[in-house]
Ligand binder design. Structure first.
Ligand code: GLC
Length: 537
């Protein structure tokens, strides 16, 4: 255990992402809120997670469901107020759970007082807080595209200039080259840190700095018509600019003014660019989110390759992390199917690094089909019919089998899916063989086994449907074997003669089974085996 004490909480812990609108409604308006989360803390303790990350809870017109902030240091009345937040924070801390908030530094709402002042006139003191440019040939300043479709430039008739928005026009980008903007956001960080918040997940952090010459982005030769429309161009001049690392280092210094805080960066980049976000001498993000499992083909060789690439790319001392889902991507249980969702869980919770569990994935919640009239997500509305909408993974938590799933007393803001009797927390809690049972067992095992938390990763085999790796620390050696296919396979144990012991099967039915020579796995089965480390037991 001494070793575990030497790890930071954000290295040894499991992070659980909550989409506050959809976790628990406490006041009967069909929308989740902070007191609702407080009520459900005991569930999170039972599941065994160490920290929660809350998607934005700040005042917002909700054009992008909270990612358009109109006041950084307050709570939107939909979710409660600062007292509710303090109560949640105190209750979470009392139960040993850390709280991570969402910091959205790249853009504000167009109703934020900073933008209203900036927009008021070309001579406004805050004009340069946002990115304003003159028209070029009566049109936008360049070809930059918004991630939510169309030009990233919005014309402001009153002042005759355009402003830049990487997302909706209602989300103007702040000008991070302006030191006053940087100081203002650092003050926001300090406000929440002083209140006791344990860290931030930093929204689109690789977007903060744009090209100072405003050069056109080049066309993307690999663009396919099914890709999101803005992928037509390579975002060479709008994201991942070299200067972004200086502002991230500054942001990190603010976090370091407070003990034991964490910064987790939202960054969608290829692995070799992603790892630069640990910063020079690891003075950047503590954890640049590793989203590679979200887009990889779901098979043993591809996943083994990406683990190897990631492990090799990490800078010395850089701590890994893994993600299976979030509020922007289709649910894992729908993407890989319910059987493989168990393999995914075992992978997430046994790989080296900090896992982040998306709410509901622990009961294998599926993507919910959203009828056109029910679409709420602005991305879903703009590019309807292209399957890019994000409502399907943001639906209410399924607590029980009552009409509104125990989430609310009224019709929720997004529909619940078609549910089977076992698709909820209540049913799965009393069933040892459920996905929920598996998550609990895996999280419990991590706590007991330093090799799973801090041990080295060793690749053993990845061919056909089988992925086998070890986690090792001191004399503790664990073997993880995952069957990605629908037929049985056998994995031979590396240490020849010894008898291993099966600690967890994804099917939950082989407790303490001895394993000699080779381990047989059924279709879609994964197992963790304790190896005897040379001595025959
Ligand atoms: C991030 C958020 C996403 C949001 C976007 C714009 O990618 O995860 O939900 O729409 O930023 O703020």
């Amino acid at each position: 255990m001494g070793l575990m004490q030497r790890a930071f909480w954000w290295q040894a812990g499991v992070i659980y992402q909550i989409y506050p609108r959809s976790f628990q409604d406490s006041n009967g308006d069909g929308i989740g809120d902070l007191p609702g989360i407080t009520q459900r803390l005991s569930y999170l303790v039972e599941l065994g997670v160490d920290a929660i990350w809350l998607c934005p809870i700040f005042p917002s017109p909700m054009a992008d469901f909270g990612y358009d902030i109109s006041a950084y240091t307050d709570i939107d009345p939909l979710f409660g107020d600062l007292d509710d937040f303090d109560a949640l924070l105190a209750a979470a801390h009392a139960q040993g759970i850390k709280v991570i908030l969402d910091l959205v530094p790249n853009h504000t709402s167009d109703r934020h007082p900073w933008f209203l002042e900036s927009r008021a006139s070309r001579r406004s003191r805050k004009r340069d807080w946002y990115i304003w440019r003159d028209p070029v040939s009566n049109g936008p300043p360049n070809n930059w595209l918004s991630a939510f479709d169309g030009s990233a430039w919005e014309y402001d008739g009153a002042s005759g200039q355009y402003y830049y928005h990487a997302f909706l026009a209602a989300q103007p980008d702040l000008n991070w080259r302006n030191p006053a903007v940087r100081s203002a956001i650092y003050e926001v960080m300090r406000f929440w840190f002083r209140r006791g918040v344990d860290g931030f997940r930093v929204d689109v952090v690789w977007h903060l700095i744009k090209d100072d010459e405003f050069r056109d982005n080049p066309p993307n030769a690999g663009f396919r018509p099914t890709d999101p429309p803005h992928h037509r161009l390579v975002p060479l001049y709008t994201a991942d600019r070299p200067e972004v690392h200086d502002v991230i280092a500054e942001m990190r210094r603010v976090a370091d003014e407070f003990p034991d805080r964490v910064l987790i960066g939202e960054i969608y980049l290829p692995l070799e660019r992603l790892v630069a976000y640990y910063g020079r001498d690891l003075a950047g993000m503590h954890l640049p989110f590793n989203f590679s499992l979200l887009s990889t083909s779901w098979n043993a060789p591809s996943i083994a390759r990406l683990i190897a690439e990631y492990e090799a790319a990490l800078p010395a001392g850089g701590w890994p992390n893994w993600v299976l889902g979030n509020h922007d991507r289709p649910r894992i249980a729908s993407r890989v199917g319910p059987d493989q969702a168990r393999i995914a869980a075992m992978l997430l919770l046994t790989l080296r690094g900090t896992p982040t569990v998306y709410y509901g994935d622990e009961i294998a919640m599926k993507e919910v089909a959203i009828a056109p009239a029910q679409v709420r997500d602005p991305l879903g509305k703009k590019v309807s019919g292209r399957g890019l909408g994000r409502d399907g993974c943001r639906t209410p938590m399924e607590w029980d089998c009552t009409t509104h799933a125990g989430f609310s007393s009224v019709e929720p803001w997004l529909p619940l899916g078609r549910r089977l009797r076992r698709d909820n927390v209540l049913a799965q809690r009393s069933d040892n063989t459920s996905v929920y049972g598996l998550y609990r067992r895996l999280i419990g095992l991590r706590r007991k086994r330093p090799a799973l938390l801090l041990g080295s990763y060793g690749s053993v085999r990845a061919d056909g449907n089988l992925l086998v790796f070890t986690r090792e620390l001191g004399r503790e050696q664990l073997l993880v074997a995952l069957n990605f296919g629908g037929t049985p396979v056998a994995a031979s144990l590396p240490s020849g003669e010894c008898i291993g012991r099966l600690l967890v099967s994804s099917a939950a039915d082989r407790p303490d089974e001895p394993v000699r020579g080779s381990l047989s796995l059924r279709a879609n089965e994964g197992a963790i085996v304790e190896l005897c480390n040379g001595s025959t037991r």
